[in-house]
Design a protein around this ligand. Structure first.
Ligand code: ADP
Ligand code: GN1
Ligand code: MG
Length: 358
């Protein structure tokens, strides 16, 4: 589906490149363009417009952040798309939106954290971006997906999906539905927090999976963050929580053997340390009190998003088999239960990291 016209729009000649699919994200279509004969590379992406209804907002948010960072933190590596020959951030071809991103040399990414250094380095990158963007005027920024991490609405969507689901799916998922409903206090806490002015609005990444950080391919030191589609105003619990969700468990959200799901304290500590070393000094009191809550918030939200999609007949997440979303929801529920079980010891780790910061 990539064609010469799309590549030419960015001033490149397709004949000079080898083009391959790249990455393992759920949402966009990503391609790697590798120059034949030299090591120049680009990342070409088709934005999923079912998810991002206004792709121009993505480009504007990214550019506003880049301009601010260039002034206030010169030298910071912040990925900015390459403009088309007509000086546009996006190229529209037959209704599809494409963008070209410079490939960061000597970078790699991992789909799963398999040592604590990776977790620390990745968290530090997200923390650094949050710290550098702390203080930016948020008024010109718009949501690239309205209500993306609004747990109140995600919870309502889940409740609405239950009576509308096909009987066989509802019956199969009954126990899982009940267990998620039993944890509705997580949604209630969010409801109370979101109106608290001390629960600060920040420019957040909103998708802090470890493969959205580029690491040096040999030293595994953090280079920068990528996948900035959901850079928009939000809350600290989104970025911190998604790291907890995706770094602490030895297996991913795709794992069906639930006995393999548990919380690795040393990864929890590594990511907390990396993140708080960067943003610790900017935290408000209410944010500091909700650092453990962040993990519950994100795991719960992701769990009900998968379950809602299963009940709705798999309209959002791509699936490989009929119960894929249901399995993902059970995976997240197990992770949530494991995290909650360890709250006292994990809170002690947080307190220790905060004390080191002070
Ligand atoms: P998706 O929406 O598919 O998750 P990403 O923007 O995260 O898209 O890109 C997919 C993968 O491509 C990333 O996990 C990362 O490994 C790699 N990648 C993305 N941007 C770059 C870049 N600028 N340089 C090097 N690798 C990149
Ligand atoms: C989606 O694109 P990808 O795979 O990084 C989703 C995230 C979920 C994630 C779960 C825009 O992210 O919110 O956490 O899947 N992105 C969107 O794997 O819905
Ligand atoms: Mg990604």
């Amino acid at each position: 589906m990539v064609n010469n016209a799309i590549i030419a729009a960015f001033g490149l000649d397709a004949a000079n490149f080898e083009i391959k699919r790249f990455g393992s994200g759920h949402i966009n279509n990503t391609f790697l363009l590798s120059a034949i004969g030299d090591d120049k590379k680009y990342v070409l992406q088709k934005i999923n417009t079912n998810v991002f209804k206004e792709p121009a907002v993505i480009a504007t948010n990214q550019r506003l952040a880049a301009e601010y960072l260039a002034v206030h933190h010169p030298g910071y590596l912040f990925i900015t798309p390459i403009q088309t020959v007509n000086r546009e951030d996006l190229f529209v071809w037959e209704g599809d939106y494409w963008r070209l991103i410079p490939f960061i040399n000597d970078s790699t990414s991992v789909d799963q954290a398999d040592n604590t250094k990776q977790a620390y380095e990745a968290a530090k990158q997200f923390g650094k971006m949050a710290r550098y963007l702390d203080g930016i005027d948020m008024r010109p920024f718009k949501p690239t997906i309205p209500n993306f991490h609004n747990l109140t609405l995600r919870y309502s969507a889940f409740q609405e999906a239950i009576p509308q689901a096909k009987e066989d799916r509802k019956a199969a998922a009954q126990d899982t539905i009940e267990e998620f409903l039993r944890h509705s206090n997580i949604a209630i806490t969010y409801e109370q927090l979101k109106t608290d002015p001390a629960f600060k609005d920040r420019l957040m990444h909103h998708d802090t999976k470890i493969n959205n950080v580029l690491l040096h391919k040999t030293t595994f030191e953090g280079l920068c963050v990528c996948d900035l589609d959901t850079l928009m105003p939000g809350k600290l619990i989104s970025d911190l929580g998604d790291m907890v969700r995706t770094y602490v468990c030895p297996v991913s959200e795709e794992e069906r053997d639930l006995t393999l799901i548990h919380v690795r304290n040393e990864y929890f500590e590594a990511l907390m340390k990396g993140y708080l070393e960067e943003v610790g000094a900017t935290l408000t009191e209410v944010e500091r009190k909700h650092l453990f809550y962040a993990g519950k918030f994100m795991i719960y939200m992701q769990g009900i998003r998968f379950l809602t999609d299963y009940l709705n007949g798999d309209v959002y997440y791509p699936i490989k088999y009929p119960t894929h979303n249901f399995d993902r929801a059970k995976n997240q529920l197990t992770l949530l239960q494991q995290l909650i079980k360890k709250e006292p010891e994990l809170q002690a780790i947080i307190d220790q990291c905060l004390a080191q910061k002070a």
